[in-house]
Design a protein around this ligand. Sequence first.
Ligand code: PGA
Length: 247
Amino acid sequence: MKKLLIANWKANPDSPAHALALARKIHAGIPLGKDVDVVIAPPFPFLQLVGGALTRAELGAQDLFWEDLGPYTGEVSWRQLKHFGVKYAIVGHSERRALAGETDEMINKKVRAALEAGIAPVLCVGEPKEVRKNGIAAAKRYVAAQLEKDLDGVRKGRVAIAYEPIWAIGTGTPDSPRSAAEMIHYIRGRVPREVRKRLRVLYGGSLMAANADAFLKEPEIEGALVGGASLNPRDFIKIINIAKHYG
Ligand code: PGA
């Protein structure tokens, strides 16, 4: 299956000018064919500018709010995002679970709102270090509990899931490709059959140009959610070319 690569810029870069320059550099390296799907998820204030620079990639948001309009200070709703041409929204990233106190109930509302709006949710799941040190079976139980709550009531639609072990994010220490593939295989099996048809399960957590091949050559790993390396156009383009090869 064609791989899906999502650039998660987080709170980077510092200015609209730098965001546009980064988007243009990445865009110039996206191959013309249809062998790989690329999504760029900039911070909200840069969505319009970055969206205008992309024809061979889709625009993603890093979050979305489940209500359409109203008294929700600081939130950005699915309805507003749709006006910018947002096609994917990262939901339940571990940084939002930790920093913004997002619960599985909130994440479930976001997943469902995204699907209703025709935006593909990119649901992030993954275990903390304390859980993983008890072995992969413990990690699977943790992730299964997240999936059950986060996908409650979801029966169909285009969904992506990113398996992002928290201890691997931004640390330079990724999971091993074999155990990521094992977890992804497990995740796929926990998703309702109808959703599985259009599902892609990605790996995220210190995926870089230097290790991308080892991950993306695993058939179970259907793409990647890339943080740090997506801020370096040369590295991200290398990852795109590797993904293309396995598409
Ligand atoms: P990283 O981040 O690639 O910098 O580890 C991945 C993510 O948090 O989505």
